[in-house]
Design a protein around this ligand. Structure first.
Ligand SMILES: NC(=O)c1ccc[n+]([C@@H]2O[C@H](COP(=O)([O-])OP(=O)(O)OC[C@H]3O[C@@H](n4cnc5c(N)ncnc54)[C@H](OP(=O)(O)O)[C@@H]3O)[C@@H](O)[C@H]2O)c1
Length: 250
């Protein structure tokens, strides 16, 4: 496939990212650069992907995800290795809201991992895509970013920042061959939500969400709710009058 040859994934050990990588490999991607913070975990993902697609050249970069200088260096290294058709920014963590309320350092780290780090990666990749004049930059936000709720507003606020940042980048690159795509998954069965699964929360399968992401990106969508039903659910949640919203235990 001529338009989909080279892919860079930040947060490559994420279950969602790994499943997207598998689908892209099935579509014949030729080169990948996988970026993570832990060499052993990245190597495990690479070993699996190499078995699935021995023809693909896979390179890895281990990076610090919180230091701006390290992010800038990593992006330069990745874009020197390949000129990406798609960049996927997938890293994130689900902090405990109650702990964030009590411990400001925990709160700060949650905001840094889920908001500051992804947007610094996005900004650095945006410059590189601008230099070559094409490419898709895919950021994983969350339905949690659509409206602040008492059960997870630290994570939600971080994802809300990613949402606004993606909107700004979309505006900046409107009319160009650079596309910025914002993915908003609903609760999905990955290691991040293992504790929710055991408490009975209904979770989408990671295979379905990855498939929604890969097909949405290929189809030129700018915002991808995954699974799609979350678009309607969040439309309703966003528009609920405050007097009703405040009575909900969500
Ligand atoms: N699962 C859901 O229900 C859900 C819903 C909405 C949005 N999302 C978003 O989807 C994306 C992918 O998450 P996932 O569900 O695939 O979760 P996952 O499998 O738990 O993956 C999380 C990823 O984030 C990385 N990460 C976590 N903390 C980090 C830190 N402090 N610094 C650098 N990297 C860190 C992990 O790296 P290590 O392997 O090194 O730990 C891993 O690559 C995230 O942005 C998440 O917020 C998930």
């Amino acid at each position: 496939m001529s338009t989909l040859r080279k892919i860079v994934i930040v947060g490559a050990t994420s279950a969602m990212a790994e499943h997207c990588a598998r689908l892209w490999l099935q579509q014949g991607v030729e080169e990948m650069v996988l970026i993570g913070r832990d060499a052993q975990r990245v190597d495990r993902v690479v070993a699996d992907l190499r078995v699935r697609a021995p023809q693909c050249l896979i390179q890895t970069i281990i990076s610090d995800f919180l230091q701006p200088e390290a992010i800038a260096r990593t992006v330069e290294q990745a874009c020197t290795a390949v000129s990406p058709d798609i960049v996927l920014l997938a890293h994130g963590s689900l902090p405990e809201q109650a702990v964030c309320q009590q411990d400001l350092q925990h709160n700060r780290v949650a905001l840094e991992v889920n908001a500051i780090s992804p947007v610094l990666f996005a900004e650095a990749f945006a410059s590189r895509l601008e230099q070559v004049g094409q490419g898709k930059l895919v950021l994983i936000g969350s339905v949690a970013g659509d409206r602040g709720r008492k059960s997870n507003y630290v994570y939600g606020a971080a994802k809300g920042l990613v949402t606004r940042y993606a909107q700004g980048l979309q505006h900046r690159f409107a009319g160009s061959r650079i596309q910025v795509v914002l993915v908003k998954p609903g609760p999905t069965d990955t290691p991040m939500t293992a504790h929710l699964k055991s408490s009975g929360t209904k979770l989408a399968s990671v295979e379905q969400v990855a498939s929604n992401i890969v097909s949405g990106v290929a189809g030129g969508k700018t915002v991808i709710y995954a699974p799609a039903k979350w678009q309607l659910i969040m439309l309703i949640i966003r528009h609920l009058p405050r007097v009703i919203f405040n009575k909900l235990d969500i």
